[in-house]
Design a protein around this ligand. Structure first.
Ligand SMILES: [Mg+2]
Length: 201
């Protein structure tokens, strides 16, 4: 199977790290479990300048490299590759975050997995000439049989893959989201995602 895997809050614990950074930078104390919105500016009640600063700090290489792995992620992803699945990481991180993102995957035993930066959230334009950056049109022309996402804002993207089943990694900010169709299924974590993949025909 061809498998799409999101990076932040699917392979690593970005949301938790951002709650810590928001507290350190601006004294905003929103516990992880109360992060209701995927939009962090809204979640933390930040002005534009504060939000820009939070995103800048959150994407510093030393911070990107320090994000904790989601429990079981690399073990299960490697198992899928061993089983013959074709796995790609498709992240909405800015293109400037490519190198540390690649490094993070290598550090966590995921050297075999390619990573592509796609502007999923309308934050920047295509970076021409990079082998690792992709436009949304390029993404939509690809086929995937299985996808793992956490963000309701990215559901519209995975809907482009015909008959693709989508594991939605259970996170506080997607608990109130309505799933677009029955191909989307909530999963509690990587063990659950692995079970879902293996129940597909
Ligand atoms: Mg994500």
């Amino acid at each position: 199977m061809k498998i799409y895997i999101d990076f932040d809050d699917v392979i690593c614990e970005t949301g938790i790290a951002f709650t810590v950074m928001a507290k350190e930078l601006f004294g905003v104390d929103v516990p992880y479990n109360e992060v209701q919105f995927f939009n962090l500016q809204k979640t933390f009640g930040l002005n534009d300048e504060q939000y820009t600063e939070l995103m800048r700090v959150g994407h510093l290489p030393e911070n990107l490299l320090a994000y904790e792995e989601a429990p079981g992620a690399s073990e299960i992803i490697n198992k899928w590759v061993d089983e013959g699945h074709e796995v790609s990481v498709i992240t909405g991180r800015p293109f400037s975050a490519y190198e540390p993102s690649r490094q993070w995957l290598d550090n966590h035993g995921l050297e075999r997995i390619p990573v592509f930066c796609v502007d999923k959230y309308g934050r920047e334009t295509f970076n021409e000439g990079c082998t690792y950056s992709m436009t949304l049109q390029q993404l939509y022309s690809m086929t995937f049989d299985f996808a793992v996402e956490d963000s309701p804002a990215a559901f519209e993207h995975v809907l482009h893959f015909e008959n693709c089943r989508v594991a939605v990694y259970d996170r506080p900010w997607n608990r109130l989201a309505e799933f677009p169709n029955e191909r989307f299924q909530r999963c509690a974590g990587w063990q659950d995602i692995d079970r879902m993949l293996h129940t597909l025909k």
